[in-house]
Ligand binder design. Structure first.
Ligand code: CTP
Length: 405
């Protein structure tokens, strides 16, 4: 990770159980060539030893605002100026609240107030604390001020709960820090992406599904992460590993996908709808398995699912919206009509059928936006994802520049 060579990272560690991962994070940053100065809050010492961090970083760990010898050597204001980046991992609910309020009661929060360096926070807390309206407000306030959040991830928590609040793994945090310095085109942009198929239940054992493998969506997730995006991936059922650093939310049905998207859309700068969402679902889901009972025919009455992409695009405060279109004929005309009808900023169309599209490893895309188009030619989904990500970043930047000249 060349981008980190010689960079000065002030690593804040606060008092959460994930603090023990601070040692691994410090090691990764140092190994990537960064100079790392650890600053712990007074209580963080209950979770990780100063000696460990000192041995890894080769620098004395700072903890107190009123340490005479430290202040004589490099005072807190100097330290605040020294940093190219302030990274707090783990960031507890309490430190997030203090930062939102602008208090300076210990060395770390004082440094944050005194530093003009970008601030990255990797939250770690119980899921109920993360969801609490007070924390939501604090996070929103900090985001408005340009503070960037890495995670949290969903999953099992030290307290036994399951939900959002786990700190991202140290390797994923180190990658993001690298992307920050490497000037990834989407560094700090929050992207919400849907991928994979949906399953619409008929009865407890059967569903209506489709052939989407999720390969295109997952390749796109990797490409977005490589450009430094902060990614929430809402995924239908697929047999693919979670891209490193993505916050993945697993869903089955279109309605579940809708709920997951709308739970995160307010925080997204860019929404990419790559999932193959069922347009219809069975109107009545049978509580018990449907029996043959000698019938020769079976009719299933379906009802319309909400169009997730169209509803996101219709929001008053909406992210940059990218859709996909799978067409068997007249690709450009259908795709452009779809782009206009749904009010999208960009649409990526592909021809399906004849071993192209679903399940295949390669594909060709026609990408259309207001006033422009690009036909990619047939290539691997990984290369397509990289090119599409570049186009998204370009168009997003162009649009942001027009809105905030
Ligand atoms: N989409 C969505 N929610 C739905 C249906 C589609 O978000 N309920 C999104 C898909 O993720 C994709 C785009 O909308 O980005 C596809 O649009 P759609 O009109 O469904 O395309 P087709 O299925 O190709 O439409 P049609 O069957 O009308 O050709």
């Amino acid at each position: 990770m060349l981008a980190l060579r010689g960079r000065r990272v002030l690593l804040g560690i606060t008092a959460g159980i994930a603090a023990y991962k601070g040692a691994e994070l410090a090691r990764l940053l140092v190994r990537a060539g960064a100079e790392v100065q650890v600053v712990m809050t007074p209580a963080a010492g209950e979770f990780i030893g100063r000696l460990t961090l000192q041995a890894i970083t080769g620098r004395e760990v700072r903890q107190s605002l009123f340490d005479v010898s430290h202040e004589a050597a490099m005072g807190h204001i100097e330290l605040a100026r020294w940093a190219d980046l302030v990274l707090i991992a783990p960031a507890t609910a309490d430190v997030i609240a203090q930062l939102a309020a602008g208090t300076a009661r210990d060395l770390l929060t004082t440094l944050c107030l005194a530093s003009e360096a970008p601030l990255l926070l990797a939250p770690a807390m119980n899921q109920a604390m993360w969801r609490h309206p007070a924390t939501r407000d604090n996070v929103a306030r900090l985001m408005q001020r340009g503070v960037r959040f890495l995670g949290p991830a969903d999953g099992e928590q030290a307290c036994g709960d399951v939900g959002p609040g786990r700190m991202l793994e140290p390797a994923a945090i180190a990658d993001r820090v690298g992307a920050h310095f490497g000037g990834g085109r989407l560094a700090g942009r929050r992207v919400l992406l849907t991928a994979g198929p949906t399953r619409e239940a008929l009865d407890p054992v059967r569903f209506l599904g489709n052939r989407s493998s999720g390969k295109m969506g997952y390749a796109l997730a990797d490409a977005l992460l490589a450009q430094g995006a902060d990614l929430v991936l809402v995924s239908g059922p697929v047999a693919l590993p979670t891209p490193r650093g993505a916050k993945r939310i697993d869903v089955e049905s279109a309605l579940q996908m809708y709920d997951a998207v709308f739970a995160h859309v307010a925080e997204a700068d860019i929404f990419v709808a790559c999932a193959a969402v069922a347009d219809y679902r069975p109107g009545d889901v049978m509580g018990e398995k449907i029996k043959k009972d000698g019938a020769e025919r079976l009719s299933i009455e379906c009802v319309r699912n909400p169009d997730i992409l169209a509803e996101v695009a219709a929001l008053e405060r909406r992210p940059f919206c990218v859709g996909f279109a799978a067409e068997t004929h007249d690709v450009e005309a259908h795709a452009e009509r779809k782009r206009r009808a749904k009010g999208l900023d960009m649409i990526a169309a592909n021809q399906v059928g004849a071993s192209q599209g679903f399940e295949a490893d390669d594909n060709a895309l026609l990408v259309i936006w207001e006033g422009g188009r690009e036909a990619t030619g047939r290539q691997s989904k990984v290369r397509l994802a990289t090119r599409l990500t570049e186009l998204i970043a370009e168009r997003f930047d162009a649009q942001t520049a027009t809105q905030n000249p």
